[in-house]
Ligand binder design. Structure first.
Ligand code: COA
Length: 181
């Protein structure tokens, strides 16, 4: 783990929202939410359709715990102690100071500002530690709620990549947004 990231395993976003680095012990809670939300999440994410048994989620948590702060950094977002979703750096490129941000929420935690506030807090923490200066959000062009997160946070729309994202059997156009701090 990169040294400065040791201090970034827990990030307080506000009185109700916390980010905690992923660990194996969260697997049962995370698995319950993924299974409950699988169909909804599969509209814009490729991986949920491959999650079936608790072992799948345990493996994901174990791998992500090991790679935290190296090539990626996955956080569990809690709202008043309840697991609300996941906010992550899906890729961390320290050589170039670039972080690719991803997120998803359980349906009952949408529209509370959790992701927008958590992403802003992540940017503050990683830019403040001088680890990352270019923050990137990539989302399917037709994913309106995800586009709204990037736009709400002042990310600049840099362009569209045609058919750059495979979701299920469909290739979707992808919009790239970036914020440089
Ligand atoms: C993308 C996704 C995370 C966006 O969720 P979201 O709830 O719209 O985003 P936020 O948590 O930032 O909440 C913003 C909403 O809460 C409202 N809100 C309420 N209180 C707020 C606060 N204190 N601060 C900011 N926004 C607040 C905002 O007005 C906004 O609602 P609006 O779009 O109707 O104006 C969610 O739709 C999702 O999980 N989708 C499925 C997975 C997915 O597509 N992931 C992204 C792949 S690229």
């Amino acid at each position: 783990m990169t040294k400065n990231i040791e201090n970034l395993q827990a990030i307080a976003v506000g009185p109700s929202i916390n980010l905690k680095s992923i660990s194996q012990d969260v697997a049962p809670r995370l698995h319950d939410v993924i299974i409950r939300e699988k169909e909804r999440l599969s509209e814009f994410l490729h991986w949920p359709r491959y999650i079936n048994s608790l072992d799948d989620t345990i493996r994901f948590c174990a791998t992500s715990e090991k790679s935290f702060g190296n090539s990626n950094a996955i956080y569990i977002a809690e709202f008043n102690g309840e697991l609300a979703g996941v906010i992550s750096f899906n890729n961390l490129d320290f050589a170039n100071g670039i972080g690719d941000i991803g997120y998803w929420l359980a349906g009952n935690h949408e529209k509370k500002g959790i992701v927008s506030n958590a992403v802003e807090a992540l940017i503050g923490a990683y830019a403040g530690s001088r680890l990352i200066r270019r923050f990137v959000i990539k989302c399917a062009s037709r994913n309106r709620p995800s586009r709204a997160v990037a736009e709400r946070l002042g990310f600049k729309f840099e362009g569209t990549l045609e058919q750059a994202e495979k979701i299920g059997n469909e290739y979707l156009d992808q919009r790239i947004y970036a914020r440089i701090v």
